[in-house]
Ligand binder design. Structure first.
Ligand SMILES: [Zn+2]
Length: 114
């Protein structure tokens, strides 16, 4: 069933993709940072609760975490695609953290493919 997509077979193989390397690397770094912030949520809440036993402190910790989430998330949401210049993740005012540009289909790892 993988034989039908003949027009995709040279995908990622040309020098064309490598020119997007710096842009894609920056994009991956921003996505990585966002995931880091998201993954930090549980340990941060847990440690704050264990150390302080205070709902108020947990609320403050949540507020700080949320600020980090917004600060890490906005650059990802509004990151431009290195190929087509449209927002990589944003289309019709909704954001999906897919691994391809939602406008031109450029893969987040296009520059890494052999
Ligand atoms: Zn694009």
């Amino acid at each position: 069933m993988s034989h039908h997509d003949g027009e995709m077979d040279r995908h990622g193989s040309g020098p064309e993709e490598s020119q997007y390397g710096p842009g894609l690397r920056a994009l991956r770094r921003q996505r990585c940072l966002l995931w880091g912030v998201i993954l930090l949520y549980v340990p941060q809440m847990w440690i704050t609760a264990q150390l302080t036993h205070s709902n108020r402190a947990v609320g403050v910790a949540f507020g700080i975490w949320f600020i980090f989430l917004v600060k890490a998330g906005l650059p990802v949401a509004f990151a431009p695609c290195p190929r087509c210049g449209n927002y990589f993740h944003l289309k019709n005012f909704n954001t999906l953290y897919v691994r391809r540009c939602r406008h031109c289909g450029l893969h987040i790892n296009a520059d890494r493919k052999p």
